[in-house]
Design a protein around this ligand. Structure first.
Ligand code: MG
Length: 218
């Protein structure tokens, strides 16, 4: 069972689906040469891709270019479908740190052919997640420093203030397609600075006031 811990509670929530938003920070869109989407670009990671703090990412043998993307993770605490933006924050149980591990070479091949990204984004260990802090403990989730280091070198250093779609709008867009249930998780996109890791590297991802995640690469 893939579960996440919500700090300050006795709850371990079984992870349902992990819905991810692509292209939500303009500086990251530019670095990959993508277009700014007029609709939310979504994909799903299966719960089997989830690992916890200090568990290793295992790069599949069919990729030579595995990238990190640090992201603010939103834990859903309440069932909902077609959730209005103004009601959305009531569905958030907590916040955590995620790394959206991406096989960039595989993704680029799939993109070129117009094929789905799941092989590049949903492989086993592709979704490291920290423990979650209760939503009430985070005063403003849209103003948090978000960083990722590889072997102590800063690679990503942004702010959740740079998100183009904010959490209420994201929940509205996601729940218009997928019913959200307790234990589902939404990844909200990554700032600029994504890049490759290799076996032996150590990633340290951190979001101010939310948490920290240390993930070795095997
Ligand atoms: Mg991402």
């Amino acid at each position: 069972m893939h579960a996440v811990r919500l700090k300050g509670t006795v709850k371990n929530l079984r992870v349902g689906k992990v819905v991810c938003l692509a292209r939500n920070y303009s500086d990251h869109i530019k670095e990959l040469g993508n277009e700014t989407p007029d609709k939310a670009v979504l994909f799903i990671k299966p719960s089997t891709s989830v690992i916890g703090d200090r568990e290793p990412v295992i790069i599949p043998g069919f990729s030579q270019d595995c990238h990190y993307e640090v992201e603010l993770a939103v834990l859903i605490g309440k069932w909902g479908k077609n959730i209005a933006a103004k009601e959305a924050m009531a569905h958030v149980a907590g916040y955590g740190v995620a790394i959206d591990m991406t096989l960039r070479d595989v993704q680029n091949e799939l993109k070129k052919k117009g094929l789905p990204w799941e092989i590049a984004k949903g492989f086993d260990t592709a979704c490291p997640l920290s423990d979650f802090v209760p939503a009430g403990a985070v005063e403003n989730p849209h103003d948090l420093r978000i960083t990722l280091k590889v072997n102590d070198q800063m690679r990503q250093d942004g702010s959740t203030a740079q998100m183009m779609r904010r959490i209420p709008e994201i929940i509205q867009a996601v729940s218009a397609v997928f019913t959200l249930e307790e234990g589902d998780i939404i990844l909200t996109g990554t700032p600029a600075g994504v890049g490759p890791v290799k076996s032996g590297d150590l990633m340290t991802a951190e979001i101010e006031g939310v948490g920290r995640l240390e993930i070795p690469v095997q």
